[in-house]
Design a protein around this ligand. Structure first.
Ligand code: ADP
Ligand code: TRP
Length: 350
């Protein structure tokens, strides 16, 4: 038995369709500063440059147990965060993944394109499944295949995400390339690029400069949540782990000082400046002087976001209208892609 499609004789043909941006966040906990700087902040900027599709990844969220009574509200919270961080529903298409079933249908086809060996290499599965791999859901294992379907259903070319998602983007490119080869459809799917540039691509925990800031960290002091009020933000920054040295003049001076580097990176990302500019301003100062400045900046940027989220969530009608409208607009793109894919695969009725 062979499990290989015939090898095409020609080399890869580049994709020639329009650029599109796509990204999503799972509704599986409170959003934090890392999510904002690594992902959400970029969405709002990109929407004015390239057609942008941003969704709430609720199919992905159920790869680990989610309380059914809470899931809808969690989806609304992520949608509120999108709106509060500047996504405009008249410009960007904002929707819930489960409202566009084409994602799941395409994921099934991609499950048959992706190879077990590719998924075995995924580090996020290893981290999330921990010591009890055999008790993880099958969905958690094939999670990156669904992610590839999210992206390629829109033939998206650019995917704004934090650094930790690079491996999933590589897998997406492998799937796109293999699909194009296997089904003799050169250039059918683009090979999408992650957009991870900038100082916010990997925000670290405020308690441990070696760990990523994450919603799953048991300590709330490790992260700044989008919904934290001014006092909480200032207190968390005051308590953030640092060292006793003053800030150096250049970025090289931050090597080996993970906590210091993280706070400088956060400042730079929040201020929209380069690390070098921040160091030029604060070189020679200790954290006793730097932390209050960082706290003021974080409160100024994050405070209004939390306030707007609370306002939006007090009337879910507005959010629900945005998601309903977005789902219709998303399907108008994803459904024709899926129809083309089904015809290429050779399905009856396609
Ligand atoms: P978490 O790791 O907290 O569960 P998600 O996996 O839901 O967060 O990530 C949502 C988005 O935020 C992704 O694009 C991810 O790359 C980005 N992101 C998550 N944590 C960070 C971080 N600490 N720094 C920068 N970006 C991050
Ligand atoms: N896996 C992403 C995360 O953990 C969320 C996600 C799902 C995503 N589908 C996507 C991100 C498609 C970008 C594009 O954060």
């Amino acid at each position: 038995m062979t499990d290989q499609a015939p090898t095409p004789s020609e080399g890869p043909v580049p994709y020639s369709g329009p650029d599109r941006v796509l990204s999503g966040v799972q509704p599986s906990g409170d959003l934090h500063l890392g999510n904002y700087l690594g992902a959400l902040k970029k969405f709002a900027r990109l929407q004015h440059e390239i057609p942008t599709f941003i969704f709430v990844a609720d199919y992905h969220a159920i790869t680990v147990w989610q309380e059914p009574a809470k899931l809808k509200q969690q989806v609304r919270e992520i949608a509120a965060a999108y709106l509060a961080t500047g996504l405009d529903p008249k410009v960007a298409t904002i929707f819930a993944q489960s409202a566009v079933p084409e994602h799941a249908e395409l994921a099934w086809i991609f499950n048959c394109v992706a190879r077990l060996g590719w998924l075995d290499r995924m580090t996020q599965f290893k981290e999330k499944s921990g010591k009890h791999k055999e008790r993880s859901s099958v969905g958690l294992y094939t999670y990156p295949v669904l992610q590839a379907a999210d992206i390629l259903a829109y033939k998206a070319t650019k995917v704004p995400v934090g650094d930790d998602q690079k491996q999933h983007l590589e897998l997406t490119r492998d799937i796109a390339q293999k699909f194009n080869n296997d089904f003799a459809a050169p250039g059918f799917f683009p090979l999408p690029e992650p957009l991870t540039q900038g100082p916010g691509a990997r925000v670290m925990s405020l308690r441990d400069g070696a760990a990523k800031m994450s919603k799953s960290d048991p300590s709330d002091y490790s992260r700044i949540n989008l919904t934290d009020d001014a006092d909480a933000i200032a207190q968390k920054i005051r308590k953030a782990r640092t060292d006793a040295e003053p800030l150096p003049e250049t970025a090289e001076g931050l090597e080996g000082r993970a906590e210091a580097k993280n706070l400088v990176g956060i400042y730079a990302a929040l201020a929209g400046k380069a690390e070098a500019e921040v160091l030029a301003e604060y070189a020679g100062q200790g954290f006793g002087a730097f932390k209050p400045k960082l706290a003021d900046l974080a409160v100024a940027v994050m405070g209004p976001i939390g306030g707007e989220m609370r306002r939006l969530l007090s009337d879910p009608g507005e959010i629900d209208r945005v998601l309903t409208d977005g789902a219709a607009r998303a399907r108008a793109i994803a459904a024709p892609t899926l129809a083309e894919v089904k015809a290429l695969v050779g399905f009856w009725g396609a």
